[in-house]
Design a protein around this ligand. Structure first.
Ligand SMILES: [Fe+2]
Length: 337
């Protein structure tokens, strides 16, 4: 039977691929954003700054602190790459969110499984990068391969998961080929591309099973509890897969952003450590909005790995502030071994 041999979680936010002296590119955009979600309410930048000024976050938004934290993140990305390379799994199942990359407002599946034969990580589209919001073009240039790279997928396992989902009353969306844009088939979204570009060893890429979750966009975001149960279903399906292949599982994204909430992150990390499912799935849904919603990718993965004897180990938790109002991205890196 197939065996899940390794799990990991990694942030994938723009600041990971932006030099610390350029974080203000996104900070400028934050100052113009009229509606920052934070602890269930929405704030302008000035309101948020006022609300959080007691926390003294300006002191964490200086180049020395930014640089130290950026380096800590890079070290963990390298660690994950090394560990994945050592484990050398046949298959990599990544749980990520789609942020209007494949799916648009016309159709937004809550849960989707890609079961095509292969997938590409698309080369940089310079025209798109030039039109992207401040700082995002920078990240697109840093995270895109110079040329299209095609990676094999594992449709046999994807089909097994789809069949198991239907059997277990998850009415799953199945995608057999990527949507087509004006330059042909679209490449994998950022949640998958980051891992293939920065963590996977290009010389021996595992076959990919992409699981796409709508964490981000109302009105059909799956609840945390549903995400956890969906994960458990996947874990059982993988364990029952009649194959001698080894599988690694990855969670992509999170934790709190684009307004950092360290209290929220510490509660979630504690729940991963202790395996406290009620705590993990009991956070109010109004905290799981915007970028922070990507924490649900980790909750799906925690559900999958509940079906194994692998245990959660936090490698590092690094809050990366880009303004004094607490905007930025709290990066977490972890393994399940
Ligand atoms: Fe993301």
């Amino acid at each position: 039977m197939a065996e899940i041999v390794f799990g990991f979680g990694t942030a994938h936010g723009p600041l990971l691929s932006t030099p610390p002296d350029k974080w203000d590119l996104r900070g400028e955009a934050d100052r113009r954003n009229p509606a920052h979600p934070f602890r269930g309410k929405y704030y302008t930048y000035d309101e948020l700054y006022e609300l959080r000024k007691e926390e003294g976050l300006d002191a964490q938004n200086v180049i020395e602190v930014r640089t130290e934290r950026h380096e800590r993140c890079q070290a963990q990305v390298r660690t994950l790459g090394k560990k994945l390379s050592e484990v050398d799994p046949d298959v990599l199942l990544i749980v990520g969110d789609d942020q209007h990359e494949w799916f648009q407002e016309n159709v937004q599946p809550a849960f989707a499984v890609y079961h095509g034969e292969d997938i590409k990580n698309a080369a940089l589209d310079e025209e798109k990068a030039a039109k992207a919001p401040p700082g995002i073009g920078y990240v697109m240039r840093a995270n895109s391969p110079p040329e299209d790279i095609h990676y094999p997928c594992e449709p046999a396992l994807a089909d097994k998961i789809i069949a198991s989902a239907i059997e277990n009353e998850f009415d799953i969306t199945a995608s057999k080929s990527p949507p087509v844009g004006d330059k042909g088939q679209l490449g994998m979204g950022h949640a998958f591309g980051y891992i293939y570009e920065k963590i996977v060893d290009e010389a021996k890429p595992p076959a990919l099973v992409p699981i796409l979750i709508n964490t981000f966009f109302p009105p059909n975001q799956a609840s945390s509890k549903r995400c956890f149960d969906f994960g458990r279903m996947i874990g059982r399906a993988v364990n029952e897969w009649d194959s001698d292949k080894t599988i690694a599982i990855a969670a992509s994204g999170g934790l709190s952003h684009f307004v950092i909430d360290e209290d929220f992150d510490h509660r979630i990390i504690e729940a991963f450590k202790s395996g406290d499912i009620a705590a993990l799935t009991g956070e109010p849904e109004n905290l799981m909005q915007s970028g922070t919603s990507e924490t649900k990718n980790w909750i799906v993965v925690a559900g999958i790995l509940t079906e194994t004897n692998l245990n959660f180990n936090l490698l590092d938790y690094v809050p990366c502030y880009r303004t004094g109002a607490g905007t930025g991205n709290a990066m977490a890196f972890a393994t399940w071994t």
